[in-house]
Structure formats: C-alpha cells, structure tokens
Design a protein around this ligand. Structure first.
Ligand code: MOS
Length: 758
C-alpha cells in the first residue's frame, strides 16, 4: 500500500490559498499515539456524568407509560409521596412550564431527540414515555417509590405495526435538507431491457442504542444558572437547547461532558436531562438522573426498520444499466431522521439510469434517531448483497463486477471525487485476505461446518459542519493550550487533536493540552457524522495562522523572522521558522519574553466547508469476512474479518484502527444478532435489556485485520476523511455474502439468525 505522499495545495482554505504548513511534518500526525485519556480511565479517575456527587444531591427514578397512545386518566401518587426518603414526585400536574426541545437538525444548535411537550399534559405519545419522576435521598428509595404509583389510562388506537403504518400511505423522506429521491433516466425501462438483472427485497430491523455508559446527567441550579454534567456528543447544542426549554439566556446554561462512554448518535438531548433539570428546580437540590438500561430503551431513540427494494440491470460485460434502490422506513412524527438508506447508493457505482427513493411511514413510537452510519449501515446491506447476487447471475467475481462499475465521477451529482482509491483498497484487501481461495457456494466443509468468504463495499460521506472554532493559548514557557467544545466518546478525539495542534505549532505532544467537553469553550461542534476531527482540525489550522500573525507582530524587527509574512512562517522546534529557510527561527519562549508577555491567545473559526460544494467526498472500505455455518444448528460464526480502508490520511494509526475495528464489531452485531423486539400490538419494546438484546461479546469477535491506503485527500484539513462510521458500513453485507458462499442460502432479512439458515 502507498505511504503518505506530499499534499497538494488544499482547496478548502479561504480563497483556495495553498496551506504551506501541510508539507511541514514533525511526525506527530500519522503516528500511533496511545490515548491520552487512557490512564485516567484505567485508574477510574475519569469522572462520568453519573459520578459527580454535589452535596445535598438527590436521586431520580423515572416511570414510563405502558400504552402507546391516549391519555393518563388518573395517576395516584399518594403512597409514593409519603414513602421513605421521597423528596418530590413530579407528574404533569406539578411539572414546571417548559417548551419542547428544539428538534435536532431543525437548526444548527438544536439537540433534541424529539420535540414533544415534556410532562406538560396528560397525553401519551409512545409506549415508554416518562409520566412521573421521583426524587429521593437514595436511588433505592426513588425506585421503590416509583413502584407505589398507580396509573390508569384512556387508551386510543395507535399505529404500532409496520403494515398499518404503510396502509396509511407514505411520504417522501427528507435528510439534511435534501429529498431522498434521485431519478436519472428511465431506470425501470433499462432494467426491463437488461440481459442480466437481479431484483429483491431486503429487510433490516429496529436497533437500540447500547453504549457501555447508559445515559445520565447530574444537574443543579444556582439561582437561574443551570449546571449539567452530561454524557454528550453535543455540549454546545445541548446548552443552547436547554436554554430554549427553560426560556433562559444561553449564557446561564453550562454543560460539561469530558468523558462519554460511547455515543454512536444517541448522546444528544432527550427528555431525561430536561426532566432532571425540572425536578432539580422544584426541589431546590442537585439531581442525579441515571437511566437504567431499560430506561435507555424507553427514552432514547434507536435505528428504525427498513424494507428496501434493490434491482440492478447489467449488460453482458457486467456494466450497470440500471440501479433501483427504493423502499420504506418508519419514523415518528416527532423527529428528523428517516433512515436514509440510499445515501451510499447515490455515489457507489456508475450506471446509465438511477431510481432511488426513501419513503416514510409514520408510527406512534419513541422518536427514532441516528445510529452509527444512519442510512449507510443498512443501505449498503441491501445494495452490496444485490451486487453479490448479480455477480452470481453473471458468473463473475464480485470484486471484478464492482471494479467494472467504478465511476469516474459522482454518478448522480456529476461532481469529481476529491480522493477515491477504492479499487486499490479492494486489490490490497483481496490479496491479504486470500480472496483467490474462494470456492463455489457450499463447496467447503469441515465436519459440521460449511465455510465461505464474502466481501462488500462501504462508503460514508465526508462531512465538515460549520461551527468549528478553537482557542489557542501560547504561554511564555512555550506550552500551548487548545480549547474547543468537542467530545471524547472513546474515539481518541483528544489524542488526535493534540497531535494535530502539536504538529501545526511545532511542539512536542506533552507541550500541548486540549481542553474540551465544555459548552463554554469555542465552537458549536457535533461529535457526529464522523466529522468532529475535520471540524476541529480546520479551526486549529486557522487559529495557528492567526497565532503566527500575532507572534510576528510581537517578534518585531529584532527577530530573525523580521519582515516575514505569516504565509512564509510555520511552527518548528518550539518556535517559528521560515518555511524554506529553517535557520531563521525564534523560539516561542524568546518571542514572548522579549515582548514581555505571559501568554498570547487567539481564537479562530474554521472556514466554511466549501470543499463539499466542489467535490464528491467519502470514506471508503472493502470489507472481507469468512464465516462458518453449522449445518446441524444453523449457527453462524464469523471466523475472520479484514477491513481495507481508503479514508485519506490516517492521523493516528492506533486510534483509527480501533475505530475501524469497533465499527466492524458493531457491523457483526447488525449482521448476526441485533434486533429490537417491538410488540406490534402495543408498541412496547420487549427486549429492553442486554440479556435479551444481543450485541457481540468477546467470543463473537474474531481476529479483525485492518489495512488502509493512507492516501491524503488534498481537499480536506490534514488530508483526512472520517473514520468513525465507515467500519459498520458494508460489514452486514460482507457477512451475508459469506454466508451465501458457505451455504448457497441467500438471507435478505437481518439479522442472520439460525432459524433463517435451517
Ligand atoms: Mo453518529 S450516528 O453521526 O454519532
């Protein structure tokens, strides 16, 4: 595989100006650096949201509705109110006035998972809605008091089955302001005329979020000031949104979240933080509200189900004449995410015609939401299985079929690709994995086990959302502090951004610290869309340039740097140097002490993400898997996985490999076991626990090998693409295609449980 090459001028900078420092390498970026926050976590010294213990704290328990729709006819709290240790029983009768949460994606600062009234009336909107909150001196007392509440409901008929939802009619899905609909040419006619074709329906189930840290917040009011220790991937958004809910100035809300035990799209603002804050206000005491695992299933949305139809028409040589990818997903009326399963199909392959469409059916249920690679994770399952099916129909190697349909520009948008080396990733992966040892379906058997291999492509869009900003403070001792309202959910953000800042500033890693996870710091940055590092990196680069300008002013005429412009100067060896004449150098310590300054602080915004208008930008992967399927029990064991990634420049080999591997493990769960059991009679989630909802455990995870192209994209900050969500993408299809190769059985419904293979 290729090693990092020199970067061309990066067009994402303002005015398309070349960024001189991107050539300047100190060896921090691209290194395998261990997690800076690792030792704190190992020692138990990293404090999570439910581990703050302000004095006089109270503990919350939440009671959930058991009907999907209707109203609370009566709620008898008399026994709960007088139970031992109880401080407050809050229901719609005594909850304070609050506005609905601003719904995520309805503006740049909104963080709400739904926009329903919160405990403002007797209406029930989903099975599991919070209907009472209890505060007590201990968690056990709160939980006990909850068991004493008696509720009766007036039940109304609700739409809780997929069939009933579809029967009501569907509406076009909108995602990120775009209609999820693409029509190019007459795809139906091209399919009908194609000499080779496949056409099939694929189904993917609901998934629930199961981060290792269940959602929690510790909340306190000081007068009108609201302090929240949250588990958040959107601290600034959450602070702003809470200010709207309680109708107070945003400056009065302070949200921190330095450590998050996994987010995957779920750690935004849901009703529990709002209810905790409301109860704290009434009680006049701090509140810890920690959802139980079941509570997370009731209050925090998950991934919605899909029913996807994929049809592909091909010529004799395998070239696609038609790609049809349509179908239906379900959502609630109170959220902003129709699982956008066609996103990867828009740019995956060349074809003469396209018909892509996401339709939405509505149900009375908890608002569904983002879950790692929303759209792509399940959309590529359908698309990449269909391509495997077409390869069988054509009697062609499925990798060869993909390569024959490799587009030279974005096939539906027409824009050039900024950096796409998927063919290279396939070739390297195939060789390393031993793809040439693949047999015909059902041909390889060891005792009771049929063995097969399969592959699939993953793609995930490159995003860089507006709002990136950082503050850099350079102190007289030559050390730098970077401050940014960013999030460490376990992906290595703080480590990678220390590397990026140290590289730009010409400092050692231990001379740079990154402060984050605090809504009062600069930036409105989402740890989502796999874009956080690009958003921060662009701001770090902008701030560093501003810092150079400031320092050159301070350095004045007595410096070896006298007369140079900021564009000619970069960070090197603890100071600034002329880029092409590095002897002209002055240390930060010298510049600041000559100027009599203790420190210099700059704050800068990242430039607007103009690169996205010029280029089609994505992370790519080729996923290979080997499975063993038991002919007696139908049990599938994944025995080997290899992920070959093309994600631009890899900024930290250790943390990136961990992201890829983690995504693949989540993809194994999607392929083989994850499924929310939703009772279609009453909208109740039946398996709201990790004993009934299965995710991969250690013994389910085989050796996973990770390789990458490491080819920088000249059009992104640092040359990098996102690495957070690409790993899960393609993995479901790679497993399903391997199961077909092992058994000759094509399963089009996830998860691939043993009953479907018997
Ligand atoms: Mo991710 S689903 O954008 O946290």
């Amino acid at each position: 595989m290729k090693k990092a090459i020199e970067l061309a001028p990066d067009s994402w900078m303002p005015g398309g100006k070349p960024d001189p420092l991107i050539h300047h390498q100190h060896g921090h970026v691209g290194k395998s650096v261990s997690r800076i926050d690792g030792p704190l976590k190992v020692k138990g010294a990293a404090r999570f949201a439910a581990e703050f213990a302000p004095s006089n704290m109270t503990y919350a328990a939440v009671m959930f509705s058991t009907i999907a729709k209707g109203r609370i006819a009566s709620i008898d709290t008399s026994a709960a109110v007088t139970a031992p240790g109880v401080i407050l029983v809050m229901t719609h009768h005594n909850a304070p006035a609050m506005k609905p949460m601003p719904l995520f994606m309805t503006n740049a600062r909104a963080a709400g998972g739904d926009n329903l009234p919160i405990m403002q009336d007797d209406r029930i909107h989903w099975n599991g809605q919070p209907i009472a909150l209890l505060l007590a001196e201990t968690q056990e007392q709160a939980d006990h008091a909850k068991s004493l509440i008696r509720v009766s409901y007036e039940v109304e008929s609700a739409i809780t089955s997929f069939a009933a939802a579809k029967a009501q009619g569907t509406e076009p899905g909108m995602f990120m302001g775009e209609k999820m609909k693409v029509e190019i040419g007459d795809a139906d006619a091209a399919l009908a005329a194609a000499p080779h074709k496949v056409s099939a329906t694929y189904r993917t189930p609901r998934h629930n979020h199961n981060a290792i840290e269940p959602h929690a917040a510790t909340v306190a009011w000081d007068g009108d000031e609201l302090r929240v220790h949250d588990a958040s991937q959107a601290v600034a958004h959450t602070a702003w949104s809470l200010a709207q809910v309680f109708d107070i100035d945003e400056k009065l809300v302070h949200v921190t979240s330095p450590y998050v035990g996994g987010g995957f799209g779920s750690k935004c603002l849901w009703q529990h933080q709002v209810l905790g804050a409301a109860a704290s206000r009434i009680a006049g005491r701090p509140v810890r509200i920690a959802l139980s695992r079941e509570g997370v299933y009731r209050v925090v949305g998950g991934r919605s189900l899909t029913e996807q139809h994929v049809a592909i028409g091909a010529q004799e040589d395998g070239r696609f004449t038609s790609i049809i990818h349509t179908g239906v997903t379900v959502m609630s009326r109170q959220n902003a995410l129709p699982e956008p399963f066609i996103v990867a199909t828009r740019s995956g392959y060349a074809a003469d015609t396209f018909k892509l469409d996401v339709e939405v059916a509505y149900m009375d249920m908890l608002a569904n939401t983002f879950m790692r690679a929303p759209g792509e994770a399940v959309g590529t399952f359908a698309l990449e299985c269909a391509i495997d099916e077409l390869a069988v129909e054509l009697a062609m190697d499925p990798i060869e079929l993909r390569i024959r349909n490799e587009p030279d520009k974005d096939p539906t948008q027409g824009t050039p690709f900024s950096s796409r080396h998927i063919v290279e990733a396939y070739r390297a992966g195939a060789e390393r994995f031993g793809w040439n040892r693949r047999t015909l379906p059902g041909a390889r058997r060891e005792g009771e086990w049929l063995i097969g291999i399969g592959c699939a492509t993953g793609t995930y869009p490159y995003y860089r959302m507006p709002g990136g900003a950082v503050r850099i403070t350079l102190a007289q001792d030559g050390r730098a502090r970077v401050a940014v309202a960013a999030h460490e959910m376990g992906m290595g953000m703080s480590t990678v951004n220390t590397q990026i800042a140290a590289e730009r500033l010409g400092l050692a890693l231990d001379e740079v610290s990154v402060e984050y996870g605090d809504s009062t710091l600069p930036g409105v940055i989402l740890a989502g869309g796999s874009q956080q590092t690009a958003a921060i990196g662009a701001a770090v680069i902008a701030a560093q340039r501003l810092l150079v300008t400031e320092l050159l002013k301070l350095a004045g005429n007595d410096s070896p740097l006298a007369g140079l412009s900021a564009d000619e100067v970069g960070g090197l060896d603890g100071g600034l140097a002329k880029l092409d004449e590095q002897d002209r150098h002055e240390s930060y310590v010298s510049i600041l002490s000559r100027a009599g300054r203790n420190e210099v602080t700059v704050e800068a915004q990242a430039p607007m993400p103009m690169e996205l208008q010029h280029w089609s930008m994505h992370s790519y992967s080729a996923i290979f898997s080997e499975v063993r399927v038991n002919v007696v029990t139908g049990e599938t064991r994944v025995s080997r996985v290899l992920g070959s990634f093309d994600c631009g420049r890899i900024l930290n080999h250790k943390t990136a490999a961990s992201q890829f591997r983690g995504g693949i493990i989540m993809g194994l769960g999607l392929a083989l076991m994850e499924e929310t059991q939703f009772d279609e009679r009453n909208g109740r989630i039946m398996n709201a626990s990790l004993s009934d909802y299965h995710v991969p455990a250690h013994l389910d995870v085989p050796p996973i090998e990770i390789i990458w192209t490491d080819i920088p994209d000249p059009h992104t900050p640092m040359g990098a693409h996102g690495v957070g969500e690409i790993g899960i993408t393609g993995t479901g299809a790679a497993v399903a295609n391997a199961v077909f190769n092992a058994t000759g059985k094509r399963i089009r419904d996830l998860p691939l449980t043993l009953d479907k293979l018997m």
